[in-house]
Design a protein around this ligand. Structure first.
Ligand SMILES: Cc1ncc(COP(=O)(O)O)c(C=O)c1O
Length: 504
């Protein structure tokens, strides 16, 4: 026992420092402005109670899905989160730029959301919607108020895949058509139904699926065949040049031609619909030409289809300029799906649609045991309050813009940054061998930069078909000071990469 306590105390030593360039330079400093929250008795008790790290690794390998991806060579063992920060089991602090895959919207353990959940835990967990409970009415009224007319009917589910399953089902029932169009590179879920819409090869398994799901060319203005210097809705454009005059976009026209080609070659005259993320998330923050969705929506509606916006990553103010990603394209979808940020980490999701589409589903029963349970509804409600009260959409815009421009400066400086893009707190940094070829940066080099950032205290996501893009989508409470720190760390990691390249 004595040994165990002593070893705990030794493991707590790093509590007094944070990983940062200053630490790497040998200048240890106290963890300000936020002290680690796990000092003292609570940390000792956690370390005493928890399994040793090696044992956890073994259990993970033996008893969890072998298809699990575990980030980093030495996987992180996290113990606590507070707003934009995560703390590992030894008290090391990390700036979380990935937010549990774009899920922690208002901040880890946001005090208001935590308090609401704790209050409800002691009151009522579950009833199903066979009975009334106040929280569901309060929540859907609040959520629906944030959507434009006629998107006013809310279905509550438990995950993004489940929400998209339901949206697919709705589109087919309402239109009485079957075929759905989606973008290559899109991720819409891992359930058998949604896997038909998910077009990233590594998620595809060799089983029959995707009946009635047709993928179309992704209008990717950086890596795709067409793109220029003012295609996308971002303060940072691609490094490609074009001669389009103001108001015209040749890349858009070419990609729309491809969309029309899909309509005339892959689907019947009447279709069920089209699904798109307003900005592709898993595929590394891909933005389409500004007019693309508007024109595509019109073509889909001409074929009798409905338009589905998958707001699982782009919703809840993350893009900064608007609350929903579809608003940035000047369109109103027929069905909107949302998850992740909706619950700040609580497993919940939603589909919002029009009364007309909802009525088509009312011919038969549709039931979901946990969807809209009291816990989820109070959490969802508190998340909406926190977004409004903490000014998080505005913060996404201000801090996101600052960070985007900081990363864009690094693109000027480093040959291996091919593209910097995004909006608000949804930023992608696409890494290449060099700007001429734009070939993806080799995996080992990508991983080393990423590991170095982690070692300096910054966690980033990865994405893209070749896993070549760093994804920056932090909790929306991140500050400008954090953003400056993140850019500094990324710069230091790129310098180390340069040193390695010169040395080899
Ligand atoms: C855009 C998008 N849609 C749907 C999903 C599926 O959500 P879930 O993992 O909650 O099923 C994801 C998950 O990453 C996503 O990014």
């Amino acid at each position: 026992m004595i040994w165990k306590v002593l070893s705990c105390l030794v493991r707590m030593l790093p509590l007094v420092k944070v990983h940062s360039p200053e630490v790497r330079a040998g200048k240890r400093y106290l963890c300000d402005p936020l002290k680690p929250l796990v000092m003292g008795a609570e940390m000792i008790s956690f370390l005493l109670q928890s399994y040793p790290y090696e044992r956890m690794l073994k259990i993970r390998k033996r008893n969890l899905s072998p298809s699990l991806v575990t980030y980093y060579k030495k996987p992180l063992l996290l113990h606590q989160g507070h707003m934009q920060w995560l703390f590992d089991y030894e008290g090391r602090r990390y700036l979380d730029l990935f937010a549990g895959v774009v899920t922690v919207s208002v901040g880890h353990c946001h005090p208001k959301v935590t308090a609401a959940a704790q209050k409800q835990l002691g009151r009522l967990w579950h009833t199903t919607n066979l009975y009334m409970h106040p929280s569901i009415q309060e929540y859907v009224e609040k959520l629906a108020a944030l959507l434009p007319d006629p998107l006013k009917v809310v279905y509550l589910t438990n995950s993004g895949s489940e929400a998209n399953d339901l949206a697919m089902f709705m589109a087919r029932i309402y239109t009485r058509n079957f075929d759905l169009i989606c973008f290559r590179g899109g991720y819409h879920g891992g359930s058998p139904y949604t896997l038909g819409l998910t077009c990233i090869g590594s998620y595809k398994h060799g089983v029959a699926n995707a009946f009635g799901c047709q993928s179309t060319m992704l209008p990717d203005v950086f890596r795709g065949p067409w793109g220029g210097s003012h295609c996308r809705d971002s303060l940072v454009q691609t490094i490609r040049k074009c001669s389009c005059s103001q108001g015209c976009c040749e890349a858009n026209d070419q990609y729309i031609e491809q969309f029309k080609d899909t309509l005339s070659t892959c689907v019947p005259k009447a279709i069920a619909g089209f699904i798109a993320e307003p900005i592709q998330g898993v595929n590394g923050v891909i933005q389409y030409p500004k007019r693309f969705l508007k024109e595509a929506f019109q073509l889909v509606r001409e074929r009798g289809g409905v338009c589905i916006a998958d707001e699982v990553q782009t919703g809840f103010g993350r893009t900064g300029s608007h609350f929903w990603g579809f608003q940035t394209h000047g369109v109103v979808p027929d069905i909107v799906t949302m998850a992740k940020g909706i619950g700040n980490g609580f497993p919940m999701a939603a589909v919002v649609t029009t009364p007309e589409i909802a009525n088509s589903l009312a011919q038969n029963l549709h039931f979901n045991t946990f969807g809209g349970n009291p816990m989820a509804c109070v959490v969802g409600s508190a998340v909406l309050d926190a977004i409004a009260e903490d000014g998080l959409q505005k913060n996404s815009k201000e801090v996101g813009t600052y960070m985007l421009l900081e990363f864009a400066k690094l693109r000027e400086k480093f040959e291996i940054i091919g593209d910097v893009r995004g909006k608000g707190l949804m930023i992608g940094i696409e890494m290449v061998k060099n700007k001429d070829s734009c070939e993806p940066l080799p995996a080992e080099e990508m991983s080393q930069i990423w590991e170095d950032c982690k070692d300096m205290g910054v966690l980033m996501g990865r994405g893209g078909i070749y896993n070549q893009t760093f994804r920056v989508k932090p909790p929306m409470c991140i500050t400008k000071q954090d953003a400056a720190f993140a850019a500094e760390v990324f710069h230091a990691a790129l310098m180390r990469h340069l040193e390695r390249t010169v040395a080899s």
